[in-house]
Design a protein around this ligand. Structure first.
Ligand SMILES: Cc1ncc(C[n+]2csc(CCOP(=O)(O)OP(=O)(O)O)c2C)c(N)n1
Length: 548
């Protein structure tokens, strides 16, 4: 067989049935092999769309997402997606075509050093240098993408290697290896938990990535310790857990932000003390001892010295920490904070209050749904006001905060989980960044539901200009947006525009009940801001609060 055929064989060996990509000269042999293959290819309308769809596929299933592009501009168009996957630890394998080996270094047509370019935004990158190593490198790529802390891997394959002849040999897929549990550290952690007066779980995306949601929920049930969540962890703590204090950080719930400042023990579980969570780092959880649980040694002591740290696979580790402390006063305080700072939806106006719409949408969606969002105010409203039953159902570009993520991610979700209601909540700025993927929805008849919150502004930047730049609104006005309903219809996607509170119910009904894709264009007031807000450089209990 050819090298190109071998690539597809290896993909199949790793259980890959769907890939996202865009063809071009240097990857034509692989596209030719694809013609007769059982692997289903989704032609996106931009390589960035392919990368985000692969991420959506991976995030909503826990499997590896695969994307493909040609050399040069095809590969550089993947780069933002790879960086996004790196920041959020998402297992993605990107395959790029490269010019003939003999032409590398000659400035050949569409020759670019993708290996060099990708090194800082992938877990590992490979340039295949001979046919003999092709299969091994591809297997390694899957192994690296999924093992330990997951992440993206790039495999760059010169065209001569794609067309050369090679034998295919079956390859044993490696069993997952776990680090041995550190019994001393576990004993110390148990002591700290057992003697704490005000312990708090600070839960990050690592729990979902380790597929340890059930173990985490069992641990919460056993310990009854209050919990706060990062953006990536939303959906890990059950909504009805009495001490679920919700999202922590810059736009977090006040209950979560106060609790973290008051706790005496913070059990950081698969989180990384990101600046959007901690605010001013020195002032974060000032009275707390720290237990740091992670699979990646690079995270331990990186930003906050841990009193006890444990490197482990969470599926094995979490059951070992089931200690029940006597903390009834603290539990009562957490429950009181939760009540005191519950979100309010009694907005008085006749126009549409986006948090209320999203909260209602969340209640109406069928059980099997996933919400992908873009970046900005609408992203924070999704995190605050929609409820999730698993982090696999909430896809948000957290670490990189990449506008344009939502629509292609929702496509990846829909391909991976055809029976799921895949929703994207986007802003008018973000939506235009990968709007061409409406073509992918049309081509594959994907029933993606689009909620477009249109404030005719780059809202989040405008909010900062208002609060921190003396209302000097530099380049954030989008009042010349296209007519989004007409735009959707050009792709055969039915659409409805609403701008009054009394149109919300009907809008949501039409969105959910449509058999195919649907775009709900929601016109909202450009003055609406996201609250609360921890201003840059401030402590988490210095939150600004707006008014309804
Ligand atoms: C690719 C990219 N470019 C720029 C930014 C900076 N940025 C963050 S939020 C934002 C505004 C987003 O506007 P919109 O999508 O309309 O959402 P809104 O905040 O209005 O809800 C911008 C420009 C970014 N995060 N990503």
């Amino acid at each position: 067989m050819t090298g190109a055929e071998l690539v597809l064989k290896v993909l199949q060996q790793h259980g890959i049935q769907h890939i996202f990509g865009y063809p071009g000269g240097a990857i034509m042999p692989i596209y030719d092999a694809l013609y007769d293959s059982d692997v289903e290819h989704f032609l996106c309308r931009h390589e960035q769309g392919a990368a985000f769809s692969a991420i959506g596929y991976a995030r909503s299933t826990g499997k590896v997402g695969v994307c493909m592009a040609t050399s040069g501009p095809g590969a550089t168009n993947l780069v933002t997606g790879l960086a996004d996957a790196m920041m959020d630890s998402i297992p993605v394998v990107a395959i790029t075509g490269q010019v003939f080996s003999g032409l590398i270094g000659t400035d050949a047509f569409q020759e670019m050093d993708v290996l060099g370019m990708s090194l800082s935004i992938t877990k590992q990158s490979f340039l295949v240098q001979s046919l003999d190593e092709l299969a091994d490198i591809l297997h390694q790529a899957f192994e690296v993408a999924q093992s330990g802390r997951p992440g993206p891997v790039l495999v760059d394959i010169p065209k001569d290697i794609q067309i050369g002849a090679v034998d295919f040999e079956p390859y044993p897929i490696a069993q997952k290896q776990y680090p041995l549990l550190e019994t001393n550290a576990i004993a110390k952690a148990r002591d700290l938990i057992g003697s704490a007066q005000k312990p708090l779980f600070y839960i990050g995306g690592g729990v979902g990535m380790a597929d340890a949601i059930e173990e985490m929920q069992d641990l919460l049930n056993a310990t009854q310790i209050p919990a706060i969540s990062t953006l990536k962890a939303l959906g890990t703590v059950p909504a009805d857990y009495p001490y679920n204090l919700g999202l922590v950080g810059m736009h977090g719930n006040q209950a979560a932000n106060h609790a973290v400042q008051e706790c005496d023990l913070l059990i950081c579980t698969g989180a990384r003390f990101d600046d959007r969570v901690t605010g001013k780092l020195d002032s974060f959880a000032p009275n707390a001892k720290i237990i740091h649980l992670d699979i990646d040694p690079a995270e331990i002591h990186k930003l906050r010295q841990a009193d006890v740290s444990i490197l482990a696979d969470f599926k094995q580790l979490l059951p070992e920490l089931a200690v029940t402390p006597s903390i009834s006063t603290w539990q009562q305080h957490a429950a009181d904070l939760k009540t005191q700072y519950a979100w309010r939806y009694d907005f008085p106006g006749e126009t549409i209050y986006a948090p209320k719409l999203l909260n209602l949408l969340s209640q109406r969606l069928p059980f099997d749904h996933a919400v992908s969002c873009d970046v900005g105010q609408h992203q924070m409203w999704v995190a605050q006001h929609m409820l999730f039953s698993s982090p696999r159902n909430h896809l948000s570009s957290g670490g990189a905060g990449t506008m344009g993520f939502g629509l292609p991610a929702a496509i990846g979700v829909q391909v991976a989980r055809p029976d799921c209601t895949s929703v994207v909540v986007s802003g008018d700025g973000s939506f235009m960044m990968n709007v061409q993927e409406l073509g992918t929805i049309k081509r594959f008849k994907l029933p993606v539901k689009i909620v477009l919150l249109d404030n005719q502004r780059l809202g989040m930047v405008k909010q900062w200009q208002e609060l921190f730049f003396e209302e000097r609104y530099s380049e954030t006005n989008l009042s010349d947006n296209p007519d989004f309903v007409t735009l959707a219809k050009a792709f055969d996607i039915p659409a409805l525009s609403i701008n009054q509170a009394d149109q919300i119910e009907d809008g949501i009904d039409q969105l959910i009940n449509s058999k195919g894709p649907f775009l709900l264009h929601v016109q909202i007031d450009e003055k609406e801001n996201v609250w609360p807000l921890v201003p840059p450089g401030k402590a988490n209990n210095d939150m600004l609060e707006g008014e309804l």
